[in-house]
Design a protein around this ligand. Structure first.
Ligand code: SF4
Ligand code: SF4
Length: 254
C-alpha cells in the first residue's frame, strides 16, 4: 500500500530492521559482529591487527591496495578485509604464510612500479609505505623496476605533488571529496598508467576548486603530496582531524 509522502516515511522507518548479530572466527578466536561490519573493523575491535595502506579511519573504503588481504576457509582467493563483510560461521585467517607472502609481493610491486627511493624522500621516516615494508619484513624487490617517469607538479602556492611517489591509494581523492567537499582530485587512465589528477588534469596551482585546506597532503601515506619548504625527511603528516570531523558529523559508531 502506498501512503502520502510523510506517512510513507513513517512506514519506511517502521520497516527498518536492526542489523543481525553474527558470530565467526578470526585466527581461531570467536568474535561477534553486526552483519554490516567488515572483517577489518571486527578484527580491530577485537585487538587483531591487519596491516592496511589505502584504508584510513574516517574515509570510505576503496579496497585499492589489497594489503589487508586475508584467507577465508573454503575460498580459493584471498579477500580484502576492508571491504569484505562478516558472514555467519566464516573462518578468517589473517596471518598465514600465504597471506604474508602475498602482502610482501604486493609491496614489492608498488616499489617496482614507481620511484620509492626513501633516502631522498621528503617523507623518509614518516611514511606508511616505508613502515609497512619494515612491519612485513620486505627486504628486496624481486621484480624488474619499470622506471616509469612521472611529473612533479609544484604549481600550487603551498603544496606539491610528486607522482613518482604515488601508490594510488586514493586517500587524497576521498578526503577532498568526502571531508572537504571540494572534489579537486580524481583518477585518470588505467592500470599502472593511472594517475591522480586535479580538476580536469590541469596544474594544481590553476585549480578553481581547491580551497588550499591541505587535507589531502596530511592523509597521503607517502611523500607524493607534501608541503613546500619541507626538506628530506621533514614531512610529518597530521591525520588526527579525521576521526574528530567524523565525530562532529555524528557518524562515529556508539
Ligand atoms: S588542499 Fe583541500 S581542497 Fe585542495 S585538493 Fe587538497 S583536500 Fe582538496
Ligand atoms: S597522491 Fe598520495 S594520497 Fe593521493 S593517491 Fe597518491 S599516494 Fe595516495
Amino acid at each position: 500500500m502506498r501512503y502520502p509522502a510523510f506517512l510513507q516515511r513513517v512506514a519506511d522507518l517502521a520497516d527498518v530492521q536492526p542489523a543481525r548479530v553474527l558470530t565467526f572466527s578470526i585466527n581461531g578466536q570467536m568474535v561477534s559482529a553486526r552483519e554490516d561490519e567488515t572483517i577489518l573493523t571486527v578484527a580491530r575491535e577485537n585487538g587483531i591487527a591487519i596491516p592496511t595502506l589505502c584504508h584510513l579511519d574516517g574515509l570510505s573504503e576503496r579496497g585499492a591496495c589489497r594489503i589487508c588481504i586475508v584467507e577465508i576457509t573454503g575460498s580459493p582467493k584471498l579477500s580484502p578485509a576492508c571491504v569484505t563483510l562478516a558472514r555467519q560461521d566464516m573462518e578468517v585467517i589473517t596471518n598465514s604464510e600465504r597471506v604474508m607472502d602475498y602482502r610482501r609481493k604486493i609491496l614489492e610491486l608498488l616499489f617496482a612500479e614507481r620511484n620509492h627511493v626513501c633516502s631522498v624522500c621528503v617523507s623518509n621516516g614518516h611514511c606508511d609505505l616505508q613502515a609497512l615494508t619494515i612491519e612485513l619484513g620486505m627486504t628486496h624487490v624481486h621484480y624488474e623496476y619499470l622506471h616509469s617517469k612521472h611529473v612533479v607538479d609544484a604549481s600550487h602556492d603551498r603544496f606539491s605533488v610528486d607522482h613518482n611517489r604515488c601508490v594510488l591509494c586514493q586517500r587524497c581523492v576521498r578526503v577532498c571529496d568526502e571531508i572537504e567537499g571540494a572534489h579537486t582530485w580524481d583518477v585518470m587512465s588505467r592500470g599502472y598508467l593511472s594517475t591522480v589528477i586535479t580538476d580536469l588534469n590541469q596544474p594544481w596551482g590553476e585549480s578553481s576548486t581547491c580551497t588550499g585546506c591541505g587535507k589531502c597532503v596530511q592523509v597521503c601515506p607517502t611523500g607524493a603530496l607534501s608541503e613546500k619548504g619541507k626538506s628530506i625527511s621533514e614531512m610529518t603528516k597530521k591525520r588526527q582531524f579525521l576521526p574528530y570531523l567524523k565525530m562532529m558529523r555524528g557518524e562515529e559508531k556508539t
